[in-house]
Design a protein around this ligand. Structure first.
Ligand SMILES: Cc1cc2nc3c(=O)[nH]c(=O)nc-3n(C[C@H](O)[C@H](O)[C@H](O)COP(=O)(O)O)c2cc1C
Length: 229
């Protein structure tokens, strides 16, 4: 493992979509997954499962599903337009990098699918009356935090890949066609997929990760009071 610092990893682990087809050793994937499972999950439930796809034919089929789902994403992006903080050039670069992946997802040597087993709220009748009375609210809460038990692990994967000199990114477009992905990979009904992450040695360089500055996105003590930093 390369000895890069945590902050260097965070500041340079940009979304890398152009990946070499060279294989990634299974031992490295194991270490990446071992870093992933250090992440927090609600109630420490650790109800995650990671499907590591190396088989060339399965990758090809997954890529076709991603391609199809991305047609929908493309229409949504076009309707939304460019975020105000991005220049035209930055936006075009992101869109063309995204479009590259529509055609090349299957060429990454590893496609990683982080999943969560469904963890439904306990049945209403098992709860005290005060909680039964707000049960619908609890269901909304459960739904709202669902992804929060897997996306910290996804970020650990991004950082661990960076430490190993591997490129990756989080993608979610495939969720628009999730049934097909689950059928292809034999994923049970009570398991949901949350990301599709191509992993491979990058064609392009890492970082820098560019973002809107802190003083534009942080408030001090209450909404609207600019953070002085
Ligand atoms: C929830 C989420 C979903 C995303 N889905 C996709 C996707 O389906 N396809 C894709 O190419 N990038 C996807 N991305 C990657 C973003 O485009 C990328 O993180 C963002 O442009 C910042 O890139 P940068 O770190 O290189 O600056 C997704 C990112 C997030 C956080």
């Amino acid at each position: 493992m390369s000895e890069i610092g945590l902050f260097e990893a965070m500041y340079s682990a940009r979304a890398l979509r152009r990946l070499k087809p060279d294989p990634v050793p299974d031992e490295i994937i194991t270490q990446i997954l071992d870093a992933a499972i250090r992440a927090p999950s609600a109630g420490n439930s650790q109800h995650w499962v990671f499907v590591v796809v190396r088989d060339v034919e399965v990758r090809r089929k997954l890529a076709l599903i991603y391609r199809k789902a991305s047609d929908i994403a493309k229409a949504i992006y076009q309707a939304r337009g460019r975020p105000a903080h991005m220049t035209d050039e930055q936006y075009q670069r992101m869109m063309s990098s995204g479009a590259y992946l529509w055609e090349h997802m299957g060429e990454a040597p590893v496609l990683l699918v982080p999943c969560l087993r469904d963890r439904p709220a306990p049945p209403r009748e098992t709860l005290p009356p005060a909680v039964q009375a707000i049960y619908e609210q609890e269901l909304v809460y459960t739904d709202r935090i669902r992804g929060a038990s897997i996306y910290p692990a996804v970020q650990n994967i991004i950082l661990a890949c960076r430490a190993f000199g591997l490129g990756t990114l989080i993608t979610t477009n495939h969720i628009r066609c999730e049934g097909e992905v689950k059928a292809l990979l034999g994923i049970p009904d009570d398991v949901l997929t949350y990301a599709l992450m191509p992993i491979g040695y990058p064609e392009d360089r890492f970082g820098p990760v560019k973002r809107r500055p802190v003083n534009e996105v942080a408030y001090a003590d209450r909404w609207g009071i600019g953070w002085p930093g």
